[in-house]
Design a protein around this ligand. Structure first.
Ligand SMILES: Nc1ncnc2c1ncn2[C@@H]1O[C@H](COP(=O)(O)OP(=O)(O)OP(=O)(O)O)[C@@H](O)[C@H]1O
Ligand SMILES: [Mg+2]
Length: 352
């Protein structure tokens, strides 16, 4: 039985089609990251699972029970969910403990039991010592912990998180990320985690669902998404790859007036396509041959450097050992490894 099962969900706001035929099965206890660019429909999808937004069509089941579908309309508070938003949504006039206790009051729990549960939930997020603090005297990370404890205190079977770390600085993000991962393995809660940060999705998730314009592009493990992207969009979004539209022939790829020699495994390709190359697979300024390109910027990264080359209407990014090179110089660039997708660029998607 799936933890969450979405079947052919459609949702529009007026003429704007926000979610278009989304089907997705999330296992019980699975940690699924929903990843995609701004406006692709992530929050809308999460809110439909929660029951805060009503799909135009399709069915939603949680732990085998249909909560939305023909003849079924279970309200949010009876779906057995916890939810954490980007804006902490912590009540300013209640102490930390009272904030966390609130859902238990709604559930009608007796005081003594509620107090014990609140203490336990604050322990999960390491906030016991601050139970009597008021929210204005807490840091962003502490507020986010309160929100997390409040979402977990009712021991939901499913936890929905919408960009819960995006308001935090890098160090706090790391720390809470680790905390969420630990909580997840401890509590066995099914988690859906919305983010547009691919690093966060990679670090946390069992599987990542990559979404673009209201549709799923690929649902896979982080490893497979990275090594075997199903579409140029996934390669660009998840691996930060360069996408070049052009034509293959005679062992080369022609794009925006430049000619790139293809690595042996791709050299048999013919016809129009999209060449996908990660920045670290573009070799700059070494060896024989290579395509001469004009450097527009060099960013020193410590043990490596990023090189940027304008090509047509895009910027080619390469990452490699730091070289002495200045903007305006012409450097040879070689494709060491890449993937070719057939068809014109941008790749057309079925049904669009
Ligand atoms: N209540 C609404 N009325 C009209 N349009 C809406 C409404 N809510 C969302 N939209 C539109 O639906 C689209 C998807 O919005 P959604 O909030 O789901 O995106 P998102 O993937 O969460 O983006 P972000 O990463 O920026 O949070 C956007 O184009 C948005 O403008
Ligand atoms: Mg959103």
């Amino acid at each position: 039985m799936a933890g969450i099962e979405l079947t052919d969900i459609h949702k529009s706001y007026g003429p704007t089609r926000v979610v278009q035929g989304l089907s997705l099965s999330i296992g019980q206890g699975e940690f699924l990251a929903l990843l995609g660019p701004s406006g692709c429909g992530k929050t809308t999808t999460l809110r439909m699972i929660a029951g805060l937004e009503v799909p135009d069509s399709g069915t939603i089941a949680i732990d085998g029970r249909v909560v939305h579908g023909p003849g079924a309309r279970v309200p949010p508070e009876r779906r057995g969910l916890g939810m954490v938003f980007q804006s902490y949504a912590v009540w300013p006039h209640r102490t930390v403990a009272k904030n966390v206790e609130y859902p238990l009051r709604l559930m009608g729990l007796r005081r003594a039991e509620a107090t014990a549960r609140v203490r336990e939930a604050l322990g999960w997020v390491r906030m016991e010592a601050l139970a009597e603090r008021m929210p204005h005297a807490l840091s962003g990370g502490q507020l986010q912990r309160v929100a997390l404890a409040r979402a977990l205190v009712g021991r939901p079977r499913v936890l929905l998180l919408d960009e819960p770390l995006s308001n935090l600085d890098a160090a706090l993000k790391e720390e809470l990320r680790a905390e969420i991962a630990a909580l997840r393995s401890r509590l066995g809660t099914t988690m859906v985690y919305v983010t547009h940060d691919q690093g966060e999705a990679m670090a946390l998730a069992d599987r990542i669902a990559v979404m673009d314009s209201g549709r799923l592009e690929q649902v896979d493990s982080p490893e497979r998404l990275y090594s075997e992207p199903a579409t140029p969009f996934v390669a660009g979004f998840v691996g930060g790859a360069n996408l070049l539209g052009g034509e293959s022939g005679a062992g080369c790829f022609f794009a925006s007036g430049a000619k790139f020699e293809l690595p042996p495994e791709l050299s048999g390709a013919e016809g129009p396509g999209t060449l996908v190359v990660r920045p670290e697979d573009l070799e700059v300024g070494v060896g024989q041959g290579g395509t001469p390109l004009t450097l527009s910027a060099r960013l020193f990264l410590g043990s490596s450097a990023e090189y940027r080359f304008p090509l047509g209407d895009r910027l080619l990014r390469a990452i490699g050992p730091p070289l002495e090179a200045r903007p305006g110089e012409t450097l040879p660039v070689r494709v060491r490894k890449g993937r070719l997708f057939r068809g014109s660029f941008p790749a057309t998607k079925p049904g669009r």
